[in-house]
Design a protein around this ligand. Structure first.
Ligand code: PLP
Length: 404
C-alpha cells in the first residue's frame, strides 16, 4: 500500500499548524475525509438536493435511488442478511439510544437486567441507564483486567433468567482492546439473550461481518470511517426490529394516521422518522468505496504495523505507561508519562503540530478502574506514517522533562 497516494486524497492533512506540519493522531474521535467524500457532498447539494421518498419529481427520484443504494452498500459492507435491517441514524450514539429506548420499551420490565462492560463509552452506558430507570431494570457490569481484557467468566456469572440484553463494544476507544464478540454472542445466545455491539471503533479498522459475529444489533458512525458527520447506522436483526416499537414519531415512519390510531411503516422506515441527512448518507457511500478501494485488509495491516512500531518506541521512553495491553488490539494507544497531567502533555504536543486527545475519552469508568484522571490518546488511521510516529516520539522526549 502506497501511503503517499492515500495521503494525497486527504486535503486537510497537507497543512501546517503553528508553523509545523500537522500530525493528526485523533482518529478515534473522528477520521479525516478523502476528497471523494467531500466531492459527493458538493455534488449532492449542487445537483441532487431533494427530499427523498415523497416527491414525484426527477430530483426526488434520483436522491431516493442513491439513498437506497447506500443502504444496500452498507448491507453488503457488513454482510447483513437484508437491506431493511440497515437503519440510518445520526451516529453511534443515536443508534444505541434507539435500541435502548425501543428494545427497552418492548422487552425490559421491572427487575430485569442489562449487562454492559466496564470499558464502554458513555454512549453505551447512559442510554441503558435511562432505559433501566424507565422500566425499573438494573445495570450489571462485566469487569476487565489490568491489561484491558474482558473477564468472560464474570460475564457467564452475570447472566441469568432476568438478563434481557448484553451491550458491549467491539473495540474500546480508550484501551484499543478488540473484544471477542463471537464468543460473547455464543455465551449470551446460549441463554437466549441478544447482544448489541457498539462498533464505533471497529468499523474503520477491519472487516465486520454481522452474520459471522452473530450479533443482534451493530451500531457505528460514518464520521469515524472517513465519512461525513451526521450519519450513522443501526443494524438490527429483522426478527427483533419487527417486534420493536418506533423510536421517534413523525413523517415517513407511518402507514396511516388518524387521530384515533396510527399504523407504522414497514422496516426500515418505521425507524427513520423525518427528513434524514441525505447528503451525508451519500457521503457514507463514498467512504465505503474509499475503504473498499484501499482494501480493508490493507488498512488493517498498515495500522497494525504502525501501532506495533509506536508501542515499541513509546515504551522506550522513561516512565511512560500504556493503558490497554491486550493482545488483540487496534490502533489506539493511551498513555501517561511520569506524573505529567495528560492535559499538559496534549497542550504541548498541540503546539508542536501534533493532534492527540486527552482526558477520560467518555470512558470515566475506565479511568476509575485504573485510578487515573485521564490519559493521552494517540490513534492512527490508514494515512498515518512511521515518520509521524517518530515526530510524536521526539516531541514527547522533548516535553517530558519540562513536565517532570
Ligand atoms: N462508542 C464508542 C466506542 C466511541 O468511541 C464513540 C465516539 O467516540 C461513540 C460510541 C459515540 O460515537 P458518536 O459520537 O459518533 O455517536
Amino acid at each position: 500500500m502506497e501511503t503517499d497516494s492515500i495521503r494525497s486524497q486527504f486535503p486537510i492533512l497537507d497543512q501546517k499548524v503553528y508553523g509545523k506540519p500537522l500530525v493528526y493522531f485523533d482518529n478515534a474521535a473522528t477520521t479525516q475525509k478523502p476528497q471523494s467524500v467531500i466531492d459527493t457532498l458538493c455534488r449532492y447539494y449542487q445537483t441532487l438536493n431533494s427530499n427523498i421518498h415523497r416527491g414525484a419529481h426527477y430530483l426526488a427520484g434520483e436522491a431516493t435511488e442513491e439513498y437506497e443504494q447506500t443502504r444496500r452498500a452498507v448491507q453488503q459492507f457488513i454482510n447483513a442478511r437484508h437491506s431493511h435491517e440497515i437503519v440510518f441514524t445520526r451516529g453511534t450514539t443515536e443508534s444505541i439510544n434507539l435500541v435502548a429506548a425501543s428494545f427497552g420499551q418492548r422487552f425490559l420490565n421491572e427487575g430485569d437486567e442489562v449487562v454492559v462492560s466496564a470499558m464502554e463509552h458513555h454512549s453505551n452506558i447512559v442510554p441503558w441507564q435511562l432505559a433501566c430507570e424507565r422500566q425499573g431494570a438494573r445495570l450489571q457490569v462485566i469487569p476487565f483486567d489490568d491489561e484491558g481484557v474482558l473477564d468472560l467468566e464474570a460475564l457467564r456469572g452475570l447472566l441469568n433468567e432476568k438478563t434481557r440484553i448484553v451491550a458491549v463494544n467491539h473495540v474500546s476507544n480508550t484501551l484499543g482492546t478488540v473484544n471477542p464478540i463471537r464468543q460473547i454472542v455464543d455465551i449470551a445466545h446460549s441463554h437466549g439473550i441478544p447482544v448489541l455491539v457498539d462498533g464505533a471503533q471497529a468499523i474503520s479498522h477491519f472487516a465486520v461481518d454481522v452474520q459471522e459475529l452473530g450479533c443482534d444489533f451493530y451500531c457505528f458512525s460514518g464520521h469515524k470511517m472517513y465519512g461525513p458527520m451526521g450519519v450513522g447506522v443501526m443494524y438490527g436483526r429483522e426478527e427483533l426490529l419487527e417486534q420493536m416499537p418506533p423510536y421517534q414519531g413523525g413523517g415517513e415512519m407511518i402507514k396511516d394516521v388518524t387521530f384515533e390510531r396510527t399504523t407504522y411503516n414497514e422496516l426500515p422506515f418505521k425507524f427513520e422518522a423525518g427528513t434524514p441527512a441525505v447528503g451525508d448518507v451519500l457521503g457514507l457511500h463514498s467512504a465505503i468505496r474509499f475503504m473498499q478501494q484501499t482494501g480493508v485488509d490493507n488498512i488493517a495491516r498498515h495500522e497494525k504495523e504502525l501501532t506495533d512500531y509506536a508501542t515499541e518506541r513509546l515504551l522506550q521512553i522513561e516512565d511512560l505507561r500504556i493503558y490497554g495491553r491486550a493482545k488483540e488490539k487496534t490502533s489506539v494507544i493511551s498513555f501517561l508519562v511520569g506524573n505529567a497531567h495528560p492535559y499538559d502533555v496534549g497542550t504541548l504536543l498541540d503546539k508542536l503540530g501534533i493532534a492527540v486527545r486527552t482526558g477520560h475519552h467518555c470512558t470515566q469508568p475506565i479511568m476509575d478502574r485504573y485510578g487515573i484522571p485521564g490519559t493521552v490518546r494517540a490513534s492512527f488511521a490508514v494515512y498515518n506514517t512511521r515518520e509521524e510516529v517518530d515526530t510524536l516520539i521526539s516531541a514527547i522526549e522533548r516535553i517530558a522533562p519540562m513536565l517532570a
